[in-house]
Design a protein around this ligand. Structure first.
Ligand code: FMN
Length: 169
């Protein structure tokens, strides 16, 4: 038996992974981010190869991850999660700050930001796993981190096909 809905029991947060390759500033909403080691601190993000952000992160060699808090509303989530950065500046509407590594991020609706140097890229088929060594990490607010469960149950949000956890209905 392989019931893909069993995986709905897994817990996630909501994040924006962002980067700047010198030509494009990109930001991609993801639920698949996690800390993978403590010494050194490394984080991993899974980004669909079809997302414009994937190639920009590869070229940039560094990425930022912001942790969304519960003030993030559907327009904010839609800005980063339901449209592409290819011909659109996602930071125009929500402001743009820069990490020490030169990664752009929006300071709105977040409770933490981290910046990482890309140390490994693993090709897992539809997605790349980008593993980064964290060079900067800051708490930037008192807001509660948004969980994927909150996104579904309170905001009534949907999961698009490019998310790692998408299941066609
Ligand atoms: C709730 C939610 C979760 C998502 N999770 C992921 C994810 O884990 N990985 C991913 O590559 N895309 C994920 N996406 C899809 C991207 O955010 C979306 O395709 C985005 O428009 C890509 O932007 P880009 O083309 O500028 O990179 C998610 C979207 C939403 C709304």
């Amino acid at each position: 038996m392989l019931d893909p809905t069993a995986l709905f029991s897994m817990s996630y947060g909501l994040y924006v992974v962002s980067a700047d390759d010198g030509e494009h500033k990109v930001g991609c909403l993801i639920n698949t981010a996690t800390q993978v080691t403590a010494e050194p601190i490394q984080v991993m993000v899974a980004v669909n190869k079809g997302n414009f952000s994937a190639d920009v992160i590869r070229r940039a060699g560094a990425f930022a991850v912001t942790v969304l808090d519960e003030t993030a509303d559907m327009p904010y989530i839609g800005n980063f999660g339901f449209r592409t950065s290819e011909n659109y500046d996602k930071f125009d509407k929500y402001g743009c700050a820069t990490t020490d590594d030169g990664c752009p991020y929006s300071p709105e609706h977040i409770c933490a930001v981290m910046s990482a140097k890309l140390v490994q890229t693993v090709d897992v088929g539809s997605h790349y796993l980008f593993i980064g060594q964290v060079t900067q990490a800051e708490k930037v607010g008192e807001g509660k981190p948004m969980t994927y469960g909150y996104y579904h149950s309170v905001l009534k949000g949907k999961t698009p096909p490019k998310a790692s956890s998408y299941v066609a209905s």
